[in-house]
Design a protein around this ligand. Structure first.
Ligand code: G1P
Length: 284
């Protein structure tokens, strides 16, 4: 299975940090956010990845490329640990890039992948969401997909105040999954059909592309993937799965900070010292 990682958004909510660097390159503890996303795909058994970028996103390509000059310097300085780390990143997977020419929304970004994907089911992992789980989130979805042979999307219960930031599903629980009856992009809380939010991990069948072609601009004047899924659900069952693990929507500042802190707290080298420091500043 191939994976598509849309990473073309402007990162407006993170200005000025994102003025000259892509939001997907923001550090989450010691790695850029998008590296976690690529690692999730790889840990889920995916080796072929297409990242949808846009203007101003070259740093993402550089990050997954070789850094030959740096490697030479590290090599002659005998810093083999760093060298190994760098080589590991550029050998993670077979990564391809394509640019979305205009900011026309997530549905349009995914549409850019149609030729690359061909006629096979594929995974979509949004570049501004990271997940931490024993079994990688995308692997959990692949397992569900293998059982139902139909598109499946990961959801999570979201607080009322967050409902209008997400695609929300209406579904009937059958065993471990929900059979989706409807999906609404960023509804007002009182119009939301449930509190189950789409978290940015999907396994889609290629029929999604013809559905995207039919979508008219929706929320924010954009071509929404959620609206395309709404059309797809008339043709095939779509399932939602409450994934087991933790998710950070690093498109918002608080979650971004939380992700770095939690990952650092679990780090062998600095975790204990950071915990003691946080306790100390919280007391004062
Ligand atoms: C996108 C999707 C939305 C989903 C969200 C998850 O919105 O359109 O359905 O719930 O990602 O992060 P965005 O955050 O790009 O506005």
């Amino acid at each position: 299975m191939k994976a598509v990682i849309p990473a073309a958004g402007l990162g407006t909510r993170f200005l000025p940090i994102t003025k000259a660097q892509p939001k997907e390159m923001l550090p989450v503890y010691d790695k850029p956010a998008i590296q976690y996303v690529v690692e999730e795909a790889v840990a889920s058994g995916i080796e072929d990845i297409l990242i949808i970028t846009g203007r101003g996103k070259r740093a993402i390509e550089d990050h997954f490329d070789r850094a030959v000059e740096l490697e030479l310097v590290l090599n002659s300085a005998g810093k083999s640990d760093y060298l190994k780390q760098l080589e590991g990143i550029s050998n993670l997977a077979s990564i391809h890039f394509i640019r979305q020419k205009e900011q026309r929304g997530l549905g349009d970004a995914v549409y850019c992948a149609r030729r690359y994907v061909g006629n096979e089911p594929f995974a979509v992992l949004l570049g501004d969401t990271i997940t931490i789980a024993k079994v990688p989130c995308t692997k959990q979805l692949i397992n569900v997909f293998e059982r139902y042979s139909s598109s499946v999307i990961a959801v999570e219960k979201v607080g009322r105040e967050k409902i209008s930031s997400y695609g929300i599903i209406k579904g009937k629980k059958t065993g471990e999954v929900y059979k989706i009856e409807d999906l609404v992009e960023k509804p007002r809380p009182k119009e939301a059909p449930s509190d189950l939010g789409i978290i940015g991990r999907y396994i889609l069948t290629p029929e999604i592309f013809e559905c995207i072609e039919k979508v008219k601009p929706g929320v924010g004047g954009e071509i929404q993937l959620t609206d395309a899924l709404r059309i797809l659900k008339e043709k095939q069952e779509i399932y939602a799965y409450e994934f087991k693990g933790k998710r950070y929507d690093i498109g918002n500042k608080l979650d971004w900070l939380k992700s770095s802190i939690e990952i650092a707290l679990n780090n062998e080298e600095i975790g204990n010292e950071l915990r003691a420091y946080l306790r100390k500043i919280l007391k004062s």
